[in-house]
Design a protein around this ligand. Structure first.
Ligand SMILES: NC(=O)C1=CN([C@@H]2O[C@H](COP(=O)(O)OP(=O)(O)OC[C@H]3O[C@@H](n4cnc5c(N)ncnc54)[C@H](OP(=O)(O)O)[C@@H]3O)[C@@H](O)[C@H]2O)C=CC1
Ligand SMILES: O=C(O)[C@@H]1CCC=N1
Length: 263
C-alpha cells in the first residue's frame, strides 16, 4: 500500500501517474484535509481519501507531498504511526533526509525526491537520493514508483538543491520563455492562436532535436544562426539584455531558496 499525503499539484501528478501505470486504486490511499478535494480525488481516481494518521498507519510507503513549510506539522502528526520497515519518501523542495529522519522513529527509511510536473504527461524528470537507512532496495522501489511517469536519476543528496533549481523549477522557466515568445509574436502582428502554435511546435521540435540528435545545444544554435542574419540580430539583443546572466542569477536564487526552505 502506498500513501500520498498532500494531494495538490504534485501529489495529484504522482497519484495520476501511478493510476496510469496500472496501480490498483485499492493499493493507494491519500491523506487530504479538505472534504471537497477528497471527494474530487475519489471520484477521479477511485482511491480512498483518509486522514493522514490513518494513511500512514495503512501504508508500507508514505509519500509526503505537502509544502516544505507544512512538513514539520505533518511529520509530527504521522510519526507516532511510523515504524521501522516503512519507507518515507519526501518530494518537498529543500527538505533533507536528515530533517525527516530527526522527526520519525529510528530505523524508518527515508528517500528524498525532486520531481517535476511534466510527469503529468509521463515526461517527468525525477532525481532521487537515499537517507541514512535507505537501502538499494528502497531506492529501487522509489525508482519503480517514479519511472512510470518519466526519467529517474540517482544523485548525491548534496546536489538536490541545485537539481531543484534546474529540473524541479525548470518547467516554469520554459513556460515563461514560451509566454514571452507568444507575446512577442502578438507585438509583431501575428494572431495569438498562430503565435501560440508556432512557439509550441518550435519548442517541441527543438526538444526532440536535442534528444534525438544528441548534438550539443551550442552546435544546434549555431546551425540556426546564419551570418549577419535574423537569428544573429536577435541573439545580440539577448546578450545585450544579459539573458544568460539572468538565467544564472535566477537558478542561484532558486538553489538558495531550496536551501532556506529546509533550514
Ligand atoms: N509544483 C511543482 O512543480 C513541484 C512541487 N514540488 C514539491 O511538492 C510539494 C507540494 O507542492 P505543490 O503540489 O506545488 O503545492 P500545493 O499547494 O499544490 O499542494 C500541497 C498540498 O498539500 C496539502 N496539505 C497541506 N497541509 C496538509 C496536511 N496537513 N495534510 C494533508 N495535506 C496537506 C494542501 O492542501 P490545501 O490546499 O487544502 O492546503 C495541498 O493540496 C512541495 O513540497 C514542493 O516543493 C516538487 C517539485 C515540483
Ligand atoms: O516552486 C517550488 O518551490 C516547487 C519546487 C520545485 C518546483 N516547484
Amino acid at each position: 500500500m502506498t500513501a500520498i499525503i498532500g494531494a495538490g499539484v504534485m501529489g495529484e501528478t504522482l497519484l495520476s501517474g501511478l493510476v496510469r501505470a496500472g496501480r490498483r486504486p485499492d493499493e493507494l490511499v491519500v491523506g487530504e484535509k479538505r472534504p471537497e478535494r477528497a471527494e474530487e480525488l475519489t471520484a477521479r481516481y477511485g482511491v480512498a481519501v483518509v486522514d493522514n494518521v490513518d494513511a500512514a498507519r495503512r501504508a508500507d510507503t508514505v509519500a509526503l507531498v505537502v509544502k516544505p513549510q507544512d512538513m514539520a506539522a505533518v511529520l509530527e502528526q504521522v510519526a507516532p504511526e511510523l515504524r521501522p520497515g516503512q519507507l518515507v519518501v519526501s518530494l518537498a523542495a529543500g527538505i533533507t533526509t536528515a530533517y525527516v529522519e530527526e522527526r520519525v522513529p529510528a530505523g524508518v527509511a527515508v528517500v528524498r525526491v525532486m520531481p517535476n510536473t511534466p510527469a503529468l504527461v509521463d515526461q517527468g524528470m525525477h532525481a532521487v537520493s537515499g537517507g541514512r537507512h535507505a537501502t538499494a532496495e528502497h531506492l529501487d522501489e522509489v525508482e519503480a514508483l517514479l519511472s512510470a511517469t518519466g526519467k529517474v536519476v540517482r544523485i548525491p543528496e548534496a546536489q538536490q538543491d541545485a537539481v531543484t533549481a534546474i529540473s524541479g523549477s525548470g518547467p516554469a522557466y520554459v513556460f515563461f520563455v514560451v509566454e514571452s515568445m507568444i507575446e512577442a509574436g502578438v507585438h509583431l502582428g501575428l494572431p495569438r492562436a498562430t503565435a501560440t502554435e508556432l512557439v509550441v511546435q518550435t519548442l517541441v521540435g527543438s526538444a526532440a532535436m536535442l534528444r534525438e540528435t544528441g548534438t550539443h545545444p551550442t552546435v544546434l544554435r549555431e546551425q540556426v544562426t546564419s551570418p549577419a542574419g535574423t537569428t544573429a540580430a536577435a541573439l545580440r539583443e539577448l546578450e545585450i539584455h544579459k539573458v544568460r546572466a539572468a538565467f544564472l542569477a535566477a537558478m542561484e536564487a532558486a538553489r538558495d531558496r531550496s536551501r532556506a526552505l529546509g533550514a
